[in-house]
Design a protein around this ligand. Structure first.
Ligand SMILES: C[S@@+](CC[C@H](N)C(=O)[O-])C[C@H]1O[C@@H](n2cnc3c(N)ncnc32)[C@H](O)[C@@H]1O
Length: 310
């Protein structure tokens, strides 16, 4: 699974995340604001003067910090030129542009990233939301965050935990393999399960090998905890929040167009590209019927870590 286009993150954050539907996107933005507030609150009662928003995207976290703390200076760092530019425009519209610096990040082909242009101890606080998840070498980046913090400086992050989604996809694939009929026995595998699996495998890794290689699936809150300690952070506190509820999509069409992350394909794309007409009719019919009676539950897992530099 690899993202498409020259700036896949801009395409995902500005279009595919909300299924190209303005109402859906507004609901996601409200949910993101809630996550961002939680990450900022975990920095503690003392307003930071210098904050790094790592993987700032279009500025959800950094802009809220600039509004919340009128004396704070924020460095917005991100590899997407389009998202950095948009964050800058939004800062201008809010009248906070004097207090931010935009920092383009260079991600190496392995997915790792460093911040060599930033001085040791330059920040009171480092915060990030749903960005560390996509970095290949998280222990190295956490060590970099420690370097950037002054003694007593604080780290706060909130990251999605997709590992359970990938484990569920792996378990379902294995179950389908295991129930293959013995040679000579004319038994059909449950077709609906097969179709569900073909869709699911386009959104999350469904083999253990692929899972292990995927930066956004191969960790949970426990690895984040261990890596923060190994990097040298003190007072490390981790919380895992799991919420199950109806999807935020306002209608079936936007549900089928949405993708949970930029490396996933939408249900619509999989139905259009990969399925025969009768397969499509079967899977879409069942899913849509469940969707319409509100039976499709979406589960979100978020790990929050706060820590400080000794
Ligand atoms: C899910 S978005 C989150 C954006 C923002 N933090 C927010 O809360 O809305 C992930 C962001 O991480 C950035 N990103 C992706 N891979 C990265 C990497 N290897 N290093 C740093 N940032 C990365 C993307 O450009 C994108 O803006």
């Amino acid at each position: 699974m690899s993202p498409a286009g020259p700036d896949p993150w801009a395409q995902w954050l500005l279009r595919d995340r909300g299924g190209a539907n303005a109402q859906y996107e507004a609901r996601i933005e409200a949910r993101v604001a809630h996550y961002v507030d939680r990450v900022l609150e975990a920095l503690g009662p003392e307003p930071p003067r210098n904050l790094l928003d790592f993987g700032c995207g279009s500025g959800a976290l950094g802009l809220r910090a600039l509004q919340r703390w009128p004396r704070a200076q924020v460095v917005f760092a991100d590899p997407s030129p389009a998202l950095l530019a948009l964050a800058g425009e939004r800062a201008q519209a809010l009248g906070v542009q004097e207090r931010l610096r935009l920092l383009p990040l260079v991600v190496d082909p392995s997915g790792s990233v460093g911040l060599p242009e930033l001085a040791d101890g330059a920040f009171d606080a480092v915060a990030t939301r749903s960005s560390l998840a996509y970095v290949a070498d998280k222990p190295a980046l956490l060590a970099e965050f420690l370097r950037l913090l002054r003694p007593g400086g604080r780290l706060s992050l909130g990251e999605p935990v997709f590992r359970d989604d990938a484990l569920a996809a792996c378990a379902q694939r294995r179950a389908l393999e295991d129930i293959a009929p013995p040679a000579g026995v004319a038994l059909q595998q449950p077709q609906l399960l097969q179709l569900l699996q073909r869709w699911r495998s386009q959104q999350f890794p469904d083999t253990e090998q692929e899972l292990a290689r995927s930066p956004y699936c191969n960790f949970s809150e426990r690895e984040l905890f261990a890596w923060a300690l190994q990097a040298g952070f003190a007072q490390v506190h981790v919380e895992l929040h799991i919420d199950a509820g109806p999807s935020l999509a306002p209608d079936w069409d936007s549900f089928t167009r949405h993708t949970p992350h930029p490396f996933a394909r939408s249900l619509r794309d999989v139905l259009d590209q990969d399925f025969q007409p009768e397969e499509r009719a079967l899977l879409e019919g069942v899913l849509r019927e469940n969707w319409e009676r509100g039976a499709m539950v979406s589960v979100e897992r978020m790990a929050y870590v706060r820590a400080s530099r000794p």
